[in-house]
Write a protein that binds this ligand. Structure first.
Ligand SMILES: Cc1cc2nc3c(=O)[nH]c(=O)nc-3n(C[C@H](O)[C@H](O)[C@H](O)COP(=O)(O)O)c2cc1C
Length: 231
């Protein structure tokens, strides 16, 4: 898998939420976390810490907590964002298929090959930009996983069990769980990343003035922003 170019990796690193029932070898896990550890951080404080959950006793307890949290938070999102309304009533619609993938994901948290809690150690009181020193590491991690043929999903769905996770895993009080990342060999294809066209995202000189050079490469796939529309 090492022969993927940087741009192949970037344009196919999608959120992967269905995994094959295969372990992730420790040598690959080490390479993935090495890539994460090379990320930049403010003042090079390197506040990122990675807590890997596999099948140890504490990890098993943590997975059970995460399973409950993932299911509760997805259920709330599913209702709030109307995944079952409008076209979502048709099981073949893109909206219903995304909901089915999400449901499968949260129903199998306990079996995901590897879960990484991407944490950071606070060096001052809570600050609006403090996450900025952990998320570059998370993206390095996801890109490295993709480069080695694995897939992952970065989630915030530990939110409902943050305190219990600290207790079960012995995470110090000054360490924040910034993201919960699932990892494994994808059950399906990676597929192309779809985003908005570059011209909608880039301006030059004045806000909103798209420069002619801001063109996507041929064959780029696009999608609108946000959760599926209500219809
Ligand atoms: C800050 C952030 C928070 C996210 N939170 C969740 C989450 O809680 N649950 C989840 O399943 N995916 C989560 N994701 C993954 C996004 O849903 C996903 O990257 C986005 O929908 C684009 O899909 P794609 O990466 O497959 O193109 C999150 C991604 C980011 C960057």
């Amino acid at each position: 898998m090492d022969d993927l170019s940087f741009f192949d990796v970037v344009t196919t690193t999608r959120a992967i939420r269905r995994y094959r029932d295969e372990p992730l070898p420790e040598a690959d896990l080490a390479r993935i976390l090495f890539a994460a550890s090379r990320a930049p951080s403010g003042s090079n404080r390197q506040p990122f810490r990675f807590l890997v959950l596999r099948d140890g006793p504490a990890a098993t307890e943590a997975r059970a907590l995460l399973g409950d949290s993932f299911r509760a938070l997805w259920a709330a999102k599913r209702a709030a964002e109307g995944y079952d309304a409008g076209s979502g009533a048709d099981p073949e619609s893109p909206k219903a298929r995304l909901a089915a993938t999400m449901q499968h994901f949260v129903d199998h948290v306990e079996q995901v090959p590897v879960i990484v809690l991407a944490c950071y150690r606070r060096h001052r009181d809570p600050h609006p930009t403090e996450g900025a020193s952990i998320y570059p590491a998370c993206q390095n991690l996801l890109l490295a996983a993709r480069a080695l043929g694995y897939g992952g999903a970065l989630t915030m769905w530990h939110g409902a069990v943050d305190g219990p996770l600290h207790d079960v895993l012995g995470i110090p009080d000054d360490v924040v769980i910034g993201a919960t990342i699932t990892l494994g060999r994808p059950a399906g294809r990676h597929g192309p990343v779809r985003r908005r066209p570059l011209a909608e995202l880039v301006s030059e000189d004045r806000w909103g003035a798209a420069p002619a050079w801001a063109a996507d490469p041929p064959g780029t796939r696009f999608t609108s922003a946000g959760p599926p529309p209500p219809g």
